[in-house]
Design a protein around this ligand. Structure first.
Ligand SMILES: [Zn+2]
Length: 80
């Protein structure tokens, strides 16, 4: 049931992005507590020194995941 709830949120966001309507979860982390039926929303700020989305990105293509995590040079929430 939980994957269905999260999948519905993601699919809805994808449609909104494609159609260019509404507001999306971009830049936010949504936490869903299924036991208490509660959502919490956290804003995620971009790390200006991030190797992927920072001001001077060094990683611009797909890389090996283990190598990617080991660098420690990327936003832990946004890219891990
Ligand atoms: Zn980043």
């Amino acid at each position: 049931m939980l994957p269905g709830v999260i999948g519905l949120l993601q699919a809805t966001d994808a449609l909104k992005l494609i159609l260019g309507i509404g507001s999306t979860m971009m830049g936010k982390l949504i936490l869903y507590d299924a036991l208490n039926t509660e959502f919490r929303e956290l804003e995620i700020r971009r790390d200006p020194n991030c190797a992927v989305c920072g001001k001077n990105p060094e990683i611009k293509d797909f890389i090996d995941y283990d190598e990617f995590v080991a660098t420690g040079a990327v936003c832990s929430v946004a890219h891990a």
